[in-house]
Design a protein around this ligand. Structure first.
Ligand SMILES: NC(=O)c1ccc[n+]([C@@H]2O[C@H](COP(=O)([O-])OP(=O)(O)OC[C@H]3O[C@@H](n4cnc5c(N)ncnc54)[C@H](OP(=O)(O)O)[C@@H]3O)[C@@H](O)[C@H]2O)c1
Length: 274
């Protein structure tokens, strides 16, 4: 390529970036619940590799974690989106109309209402003291939210190069194996969480069938046991650091193609039992 043509391309690139605030060559990821835990680490690692990151959160004011990330990486764009709020989802959809989204990452999730180590906590998800109203919150957050986000941003995904939809599910949604601890003790806890992640998997399988013809790859992950801030000081054996677990998931996402659509994966790309 002659130097003159190269310069012309560079000029066009700079002009396009300046007009849209978005590099036309870099890939884009939209992440829900990106202000802490797994979502924040995804935002950090995608930003560090030069992607445009639409980092969404549900807080009334911009979380410090994201403000710091955006100060470090100018291509991080912070947006408010509660995944249970249809108006906020549609509002962001309208704002991002026409912007290709290579990876739509449904990460935000509701796991429990009380800290894991609170004595007597989370009885609202134990048989005998189940809080049936709480099931609505779980379904809205973990199932209807991701579906509504997929409905809203599907054209952005289709318009992208990679065309990938990822849902962070959980081994808690696995129903082909009993929910036992490694020592064989039954753990019939977190009823609503487990049920909602099984339902999320069903929703994503439907999507994978619906959009395979459009070249869209849809997968679910069990991210592994990942030591996030919300676990507090609990010493749970076998947890991975967010850096390691998310690094593996990003490498797995990089390598996905349409043949993988509909799979339920572990962070290293192996199959997670349904
Ligand atoms: N960590 C693990 O070992 C593990 C294992 C299996 C699956 N997962 C899954 O991984 C995902 C991330 O969890 P995590 O471990 O990183 O937990 P986390 O640290 O508690 O983060 C959850 C994130 O979701 C956000 N969120 C919750 N409800 C929301 C809503 N209605 N709208 C928008 N954002 C909302 C939270 O926002 P706020 O900060 O405002 O609450 C937070 O940013 C979840 O789907 C979880 O089920 C985690």
């Amino acid at each position: 390529m002659s130097a003159r043509i190269k310069n012309l391309f560079t000029l066009l690139f700079i002009l396009a970036s300046g007009l849209t605030g978005h590099s036309p060559l870099a890939e884009t990821v939209l992440i829900t619940g990106s202000n802490q835990g797994i979502g924040l680490e995804f935002a950090r690692q995608y930003a560090a590799r030069g992607w445009t990151v639409i980092a969404t959160h549900r807080r009334e004011t911009t979380p410090d974690s994201l403000a710091q990330l955006a100060a470090e990486f100018p291509q991080v764009r912070i947006e408010r989106m509660d995944v249970t709020d249809a108006a906020q989802i549609e509002g962001l959809g309208a704002k991002l109309k026409g912007m290709p989204i290579d990876v739509l990452l449904n990460n935000a999730g509701m796991v429990r209402t009380d800290p894991l180590d609170q004595p007597g906590g989370n009885a609202n998800q134990l048989f005998g003291t189940l809080d049936y109203k709480l099931l609505d919150d779980f379904i809205h957050t973990n199932v209807a939210g991701p579906l509504k986000i997929c409905e809203t941003f599907i054209e952005n995904v289709k318009a992208s190069k990679q065309k990938k939809i990822v849902a962070i599910s959980s081994a808690a949604g696995t129903i082909t194996m009993p929910p036992f601890m490694p020592n064989g003790a039954p753990i019939p806890d977190h009823y609503w969480y487990r049920i909602s992640k099984t339902a999320l998997n069903s929703a994503m399988r439907l999507l994978s069938a619906q959009f395979k013809g459009d070249g869209v790859t849809v997968v679910m992950f069990h991210p592994g046991g990942v030591k996030v801030e919300s676990f507090g000081d609990l010493d749970i054996p076998g947890l991975e650091s967010p850096e390691a677990a998310i690094g593996k998931m990003i490498r797995t996402i990089d390598g996905l193609n349409l043949k993988d659509s509909g799979r339920f994966l572990q962070n290293d790309g192996k199959d997670q039992p349904w």
